[in-house]
Design a protein around this ligand. Structure first.
Ligand code: ADP
Ligand code: ZN
Length: 750
């Protein structure tokens, strides 16, 4: 290899370019660039008539192409590669497993704000104090200026203390304007220079440092296991199964400390929804500035800077949602995935990777420990623990042996019979809220649907107001008085009478509950209570979420109601009651995970109650009180839930016993979409091993969205690649009509 490299033709770099082409291209490495081109380098290369950027994904001694046909790399961007060799390897693995183009996988491991060459550290003008003119001292000059040029005198005084500062700071300290500074520069008293500064997203927030807490025995035991994993990689993956309030975060914090003391770095993943200031603060309070936060709410510039702080090693702990998994942490010693069961770890756009699974992969590739934590582990993870792939560490009790909340299931069928109509709040829940208001305690009400009513129906002819582009009922929003489609965002006026020409009945009825309606009812029943709603509609402003939580924490809100935004990770000691308005919303989805979702949701919501000294109470309203998932949740009995659910999965060969793969096809004409689905299956079935269960094409559960018809083919397979490999071959070999497209989802979750 060395001989070829030193040959006159130079060696060859395999490059993926930043335009969607699923191919790698060979380029010559010209001699002057020999030292600069490495695996992962960002390079500029000629591509047809133009120059494009790309990434080196392999270095080879020579190419299959004749040397004359190879074009040379034009230049290398930056001093060192932004992607490490391990990341290149991960990108390759992702492309193969999830069936996506390599350059798409490369783009995933390297965020856009870093890739763009025009993004860089913010350049801020700095003012530097020069030497005083010969024969004079600064104090003399300042005195001389005092009456003639008071601003210059003030600026010199301020500069004397620090010699260099940013111009905005100088202005703040002395009142010096740009003109003042320029005048001083002309006299040679100061120099002006632009210097890079890292934008600090936490400039204005102060945190009180914390120290490690003495651990409870169950925490100490779990920590010891994780520490053993960090030092010996045996076990390599620890599943930390601790009930809500068992002190998992404190265990993470002390495990991170071990890693830092060993001179290593770490990644902490939390679901986007629980990446709250409260969560981030707990890590910053313990570790200060070595924590970098990678968050979609940061500005592009801030994200760029945080990412580079990680790359340079200034920050050694990266905390963030899904994509923080690809942070370029040096000497990675530990990856923590908190709330590992969360569905938001699955990316819904290609490549549809699962951050928990990728965390385990990265851990293996970089020889670092991985901790997956949850109060309601995914069935897949528990299964992996049972078959010995993960080590299970359990924390069954709450810190200080605080009681788990008492869970009451309220049968809404009985309630309806008793009251003669269906109320939003049952009698029991109403009484429980009243009691909290009297005692000055707080209540959380949970409903997984925003808007006022989930549909608008005509009681006479049965007409339902549907979106014209999606096969779904429009949701009625009261403020403003409109119909919204929650799939495509379309907005319609509310018709004054039934639009059906044969009906025209004016008596429209709102059916199905949304959070706006619950808010209205709660305010009416408890006029004295301070009620706030938290959902996607009330938190469109960036700060609204933090403000609402802050007000709740300060006790300025008695009843907080909302969607899944309030279900996760919140820790408010004064919340003693949690009400689930309708537990059935998640249960009746056409999804084999409906039971698991319902169990997880109730357990997580219940975990918000009774975190202080008073025992918490949970009220779950349902029309199916005897559903196994609801019964198991009532007893907070994970094992019972697991045992019954796993049997059902085994019988029907669903995950974790198989990989669930979904091929979705969509297009403007239903017939064309279905026909392509049929052709795929005709060609694919003969190539599939016998043990793969295949079905489709059938209309997707949401058969029409954003004006497109959707069909799907689903596969349950013991090995993912045994299915995706032949599937990709068929997909690539078929000639696709222009308006039919497909998306492949490996380990699909819905
Ligand atoms: P989890 O993440 O398992 O839901 P947390 O880590 O949020 O639990 O802990 C719940 C509460 O208990 C927090 O307020 C935390 O500060 C506190 N806590 C955790 N560990 C200890 C400990 N060893 N001693 C005292 N308090 C603790
Ligand atoms: Zn729509």
């Amino acid at each position: 290899m060395n001989e070829t490299r030193s040959g006159t033709n130079g060696s060859v770099a395999r490059v993926v370019v930043e335009i969607a082409l699923d191919r790698e291209f060979d380029y010559l490495i010209p001699d002057p660039l020999r030292a600069a081109v490495c695996l992962g380098s960002q390079v500029v290369v000629p591509f047809g008539p133009r120059m494009v950027t790309g990434y080196v994904v392999a270095l080879c001694p020579d190419s299959d192409l004749a040397p004359k046909k190879l074009k040379p790399i034009k230049r290398v961007v930056g001093d060192h590669p932004l992607i490490t060799p391990v990341m290149v390897k991960m990108a390759r693995w992702m492309a193969a497993y999830y069936g996506c183009p390599l350059e798409q996988a490369v783009r995933t491991v390297l965020p856009g704000v870093v890739r763009r060459p025009d993004r860089s550290f913010k350049q801020v003008p700095h003012v530097l104090l020069a030497l005083p003119p010969p024969g004079q001292t600064w104090p003399q000059l300042i005195e001389a200026c005092r009456s003639r040029a008071p601003k210059q005198a003030a600026a010199l005084e301020a500069l004397q203390a620090e010699t260099v500062m940013t111009q905005p700071r100088l202005t703040a300290l002395s009142g010096a304007t740009t003109a003042t500074v320029r005048a001083m520069a002309t006299k040679g008293w100061v120099q002006l220079e632009k210097r890079a500064v890292a934008r600090n997203p936490f400039e204005r927030s102060q945190v009180v440092p914390t120290t490690p807490l003495p651990l409870m025995p169950q925490q100490a035991e779990s920590l010891a296991t994780i520490q053993q994993s960090i030092t010996t990689l045996d076990p390599a993956v620890v599943l930390l199964f601790g009930v809500t309030g068992s002190g998992k975060t404190e265990v993470y914090l002390q495990a991170l400390q071990t890693v830092i003391e060993r001179g290593q770095g770490a990644i902490v993943l939390v679901p986007e929804i629980s990446l709250t200031p409260q969560t981030v603060e707990r890590f910053r309070a313990r570790f200060g500035d070595i924590v970098a936060v990678l968050h979609s709410h940061l500005s592009g510039g801030e994200r760029h800077d945080e990412w580079h702080r990680v790359l340079t090693g200034d920050a050694r702990i990266a905390i963030g949602a899904r994509s923080a998994l690809f942070a370029p942490v040096r000497k990675l010693g530990l990856i923590v995935v908190d709330e590992e069961h969360e569905y938001t770890y699955k990316q819904e756009e290609p490549p549809r990777y699962h951050a928990r699974d990728m965390a385990v992969l990265r851990g293996r590739m970089e020889s670092c420990a991985v901790v997956l934590g949850s109060a309601t582990p995914a069935l897949e993870s528990i299964h992996n623990a049972r078959i010995g792939k993960y080590h299970l560490a359990r924390m069954p009790a709450r810190v200080d042996h605080r009681d788990m909340p008492l869970i009451n299931v309220i049968d809404m069928r009985v309630e309806m019979e008793r009251e003669g109509r269906l109320n939003v709040l049952s009698r029991e829940l109403t009484a429980a809220i009243r009691l909290r208001l009297e005692k000055g305690e707080q209540t959380i009400l949970f409903l997984n649907r925003r808007g006022f009513a989930t549909s608008l129906v005509c009681p006479k002819c049965g007409y339902v107001a549907e979106c014209s582009a999606c096969s779904i009922a429009m949701t009625y929003h009261k403020a403003p008085h409109q119909l919204h489609c929650h799939i495509c965002g379309a907005v319609q006026r509310v018709p004054v009478r039934c639009p059906d020409p044969d009906c025209r009945d004016p008596a429209f009825r709102y059916a199905g509950l949304g959070t706006q309606r619950v808010e209205e009812v709660v305010t009416k029943v408890f006029p004295q209570a301070r009620v706030k709603r938290m959902d996607a509609d009330t938190t469109t402003r960036k700060e609204a979420y933090a403000e609402l939580l802050g007000a709740f924490r300060h006790g300025d809100i008695d009843i907080l109601l909302g969607t899944q935004m309030i279900a996760k990770g919140l820790d408010f000691p004064n919340v003693t009651l949690v009400g689930v308005i309708n537990a059935d919303t998640a249960l009746h989805r056409p999804d084999f995970r409906a039971g698991e979702r319902t169990f997880q949701l109730i357990t997580q919501v219940a975990g918000r109650a009774g975190r202080g000294d008073v025992m918490g109470e949970v009220m779950v309203q349902t029309f199916t009180p005897f559903h196994p998932a609801i019964q198991a949740a009532r007893r907070l009995d994970y094992d019972q839930f697991h045992d019954q659910e796993i049997e059902y999965r085994r019988e029907l060969q669903y995950p974790p016993f198989t990989h669930y793969i979904c091929l979705q096809l969509r297009g403007a004409e239903a017939e064309a979409v279905e026909a392509m689905g049929t052709r795929v299956m005709e060609q694919l079935i003969p190539r599939l091993p016998e043990n793969i269960i295949a079905a489709g094409p059938v209309p997707a559960p949401l058969a029409r969205a954003k004006g497109e018809y959707r069909y799907q083919c689903v596969f349950r397979t013991p090995s993912a690649t045994a299915c995706t490999r032949p599937l990709r071959t068929v997909l690539d070999s078929l000639k696709w009509p222009k308006d039919v497209r497909y998306a492949l989802d490996v380990d699909a979750i819905s």
